[in-house]
Write a protein that binds this ligand. Structure first.
Ligand SMILES: NC(=O)c1ccc[n+]([C@@H]2O[C@H](COP(=O)([O-])OP(=O)(O)OC[C@H]3O[C@@H](n4cnc5c(N)ncnc54)[C@H](O)[C@@H]3O)[C@@H](O)[C@H]2O)c1
Length: 335
């Protein structure tokens, strides 16, 4: 088996490579290393896995993507490369579009024009459901918000409402991946991921808040909280996401062309203030933080309904939030 992992030096990519390099014959990473610290992930991969080849390239450049598909024949493609921050997408929507929308299209086209039909997984986002202004949010207590009417969370049937350039560009890729299954019989699966966290995540203020909070506070830095800190996300430890990807690959004939929400679900939620409590317990002292304005597209609550993935794949998160945070913290301490 041979796999392509675009964005393979990134956080999720590194975890995908770690898992599948032990199972597949060969893995090609295609990444432009634009995310800070990805070179550290790549160094880790190259030291530990001899069947992984790195190609430095940009998914927004058609010629580079085409060449990868001309030079290699893949059984599986994980399309993870992306501009990942809403904030950056607002500052530079064209670059965001080129990487996320055109990049996703280039990867599909790479397979199509070379006559390949690998399994193709796309890492989409809950941001495709928009700001959810009409969804009623209530204050559950002084630490977190919750949904009034969606006790199980948001399912895949929730109407799409692309919000922010990032929402639009990722949503474009999401829809193209689904459509290539319809129109060209491609074996694509889309995962609308909520907050994924774990080892090899060099989180920063703009993306990857769980890792960012742990890395910053472990280095004694103060945190900025955008909004009031009561905002809630369901969180999924990255190893559980990788297992979900594997289930999709193993069941591709049943699930091709389908969408799955991928998150920790209602049993693994965390507000920013609740997470700060957890960190303070871990560090054994109070941490410093201040409040800033909400940012565009910020949802007060996002909790995935993961019933579909549970039912179709007999999958459920093995790491609860405490276990996942413990595992991430062990990695952060070694940085
Ligand atoms: N981490 C999350 O919580 C989360 C949630 C929803 C969706 N996603 C999606 O999952 C995917 C992986 O995210 P991640 O958290 O691992 O982020 P990441 O930033 O760690 O990984 C993205 C990788 O893509 C690479 N990249 C960026 N632009 C590129 C380009 N033009 N060409 C080639 N490579 C490029 C980066 O160098 C990086 O290695 C992304 O598509 C992201 O939108 C992540």
């Amino acid at each position: 088996m041979k796999a392509l992992v675009t964005g393979g030096a990134g956080f999720i990519g590194t975890n995908v490579v770690k898992h599948f390099a032990l199972k597949y014959d060969e893995i090609i990473i295609f990444d432009n290393l634009s995310r800070k610290n990805t070179e550290k992930n790549l160094e880790f991969i190259q030291k530990n896995f001899k069947n992984v080849t790195f190609i430095k390239g940009d998914v927004s450049i058609w010629g580079e993507v085409k060449k990868v598909f001309e030079d290699h024949k893949f059984d599986v493609v994980f399309h993870l490369a992306a501009q990942v921050a809403v904030t950056t997408s607002v500052e530079d929507p064209r670059t965001d579009f080129n990487i996320n929308a055109l990049g996703a299209f280039n990867v599909l086209e790479g397979a199509r024009i070379t006559g390949q039909k690998p399994v193709m997984l796309y890492s989409s986002t809950n941001k495709v459901y928009g700001g959810m202004e009409k969804v009623k949010v209530i204050k559950k207590d002084n630490k977190h918000y919750g949904y009034k009417d969606f006790p199980e969370g948001i399912s895949e049937n929730f109407p799409l409402d692309f919000h922010s350039p990032y929402g639009c560009s990722k949503g474009t890729g999401d829809q193209y991946f689904i459509d290539y299954a319809r129109i060209y019989g491609f074996k694509t699966v889309v995962f609308r991921q909520s907050c994924i966290y774990g080892d090899h995540q060099f989180g920063n203020e703009d993306q990857g808040w769980v890792a960012h909070f742990l890395i910053a506070t472990n280095n004694g830095q103060a945190l900025n909280i955008y909004g009031d800190g009561l905002q809630v996300r369901d969180v999924l430890y990255v190893k559980d996401l990788v297992l979900l990807y594997e289930k999709a690959i193993n069941n591709i004939e049943t699930v091709k062309g389908q969408v799955f929400n991928a998150g920790g679900g209602k049993n693994n939620t965390l507000s920013l203030l609740e997470f700060i409590d957890i960190i303070e317990k871990k560090l054994g002292h109070k941490i410093e933080y201040s409040f800033e304005e909400w940012r565009p597209g910020d949802q007060k609550v996002y909790i995935s309904n993961i019933a579909k993935a549970k039912k179709v794949f007999d999958w459920s998160p093995q790491y609860n939030a405490n276990a996942g945070i413990d595992a991430l913290y062990e990695w952060v301490k070694e940085l």
